[in-house]
Design a protein around this ligand. Structure first.
Ligand code: IPE
Ligand code: IPE
Ligand code: MG
Length: 254
């Protein structure tokens, strides 16, 4: 077993390079206020803007946000279509701002399920911001961790079939290289708001050694102070990657 993942990640006391967030609790936030659930999603977009701004300011390299899971299609039709509309309008109004702030936007997930027009908008937003060198903002839309692993295996199988990939060369690294996050560092810190303590099919492969942070705060109430709390909690942790604590302290293995 190599030390490879350890050498790619942030060390104790440093900011996480990659933060992944399940933004949960929008619906309950609205329901508590006797408002329709979609109002919670609108309030959630405001929270996204504030957290993106914060991560850019703090020089976080990658922020991954779970916006719509492959299972969220199971919601009532009305909520799904309002969420799609919100996705389109947010994309439209925010891309120039992201671009101006040197932020690179990436959408991961099975985009083929989206309307052709939305797919075009996604492509042009990604192209417009592709050369930016600040924060990489990854939005997971119609994303599932199992889907990501499945599509990676499909590509690898095709490569084996046409002779581009030697069966013996299939390794963790090769699988990693075929995931939608291939060029990104692994998430250092995972945050889930809204009180549930589960991964809900987010970045399954990528989260293998990620530090987890759960909070009852509903996503629309998650502010920059809360984000700083999560980062501070991360900074105080010792990541061992299978080593002993003494090895980490004595030899500064990471
Ligand atoms: C998360 O908030 C946003 C999406 C899944 C799109 P929810 O809509 O899941 O909010 P709750 O969990 O019902 O409160
Ligand atoms: C996870 O939230 C997906 C997103 C935040 C986009 P859900 O609210 O859909 O998760 P479950 O169904 O409670 O696990
Ligand atoms: Mg939820």
């Amino acid at each position: 077993m190599s030390d490879q993942p350890a050498s790619k990640v942030a060390v104790v006391g440093e900011n996480p390079r990659h933060i992944a967030i399940i933004m949960d609790g929008n619906g309950r936030w609205a329901q508590k206020r006797m408002m329709p659930r979609i109002m919670g999603h609108h309030a959630g977009v405001k929270a996204v803007r504030s957290i993106v701004e914060y991560c850019a300011k703090e020089k976080i390299e990658v922020l991954s946000l779970f916006a719509f899971s492959s299972e969220n299609w199971r919601r009532p039709k009305d909520e799904v279509s309002l969420l799609m509309e919100l996705f389109v309008s947010t994309l439209q109004t925010q891309v120039d701002k992201l671009d101006k702030n040197n932020i690179r936007l990436r959408i991961i997930g099975d985009k083929s399920a989206f309307h052709e027009k939305l797919q075009d908008k996604i492509r042009s937003a990604e192209q417009q911001t592709a050369h930016n060198s600040g924060l990489t903002l990854v939005v997971a839309a119609n994303y599932g961790g199992r889907w990501d692993i499945t599509q990676a295996l499909q590509k690898i199988a095709a490569g084996v079939k046409n002779g581009d990939i030697d069966e013996q060369a299939i390794s963790e690294q090769l699988i990693n290289e075929h995931l939608t996050t291939a060029d990104l560092p692994e998430p250092d810190l995972f945050i889930r708001t809204g009180g549930e303590e589960r991964v809900s099919n987010f970045l399954l492969w990528q989260l293998a050694y990620t530090e987890l942070f759960f909070t009852d705060v509903l996503w629309p109430d998650f502010d920059q102070n809360m984000m700083q709390k999560a980062i501070d909690s991360f900074k105080g942790r010792q990541r061992r990657f299978g080593h002993t604590g003494e090895q980490i302290i004595d030899k500064r293995i990471l």
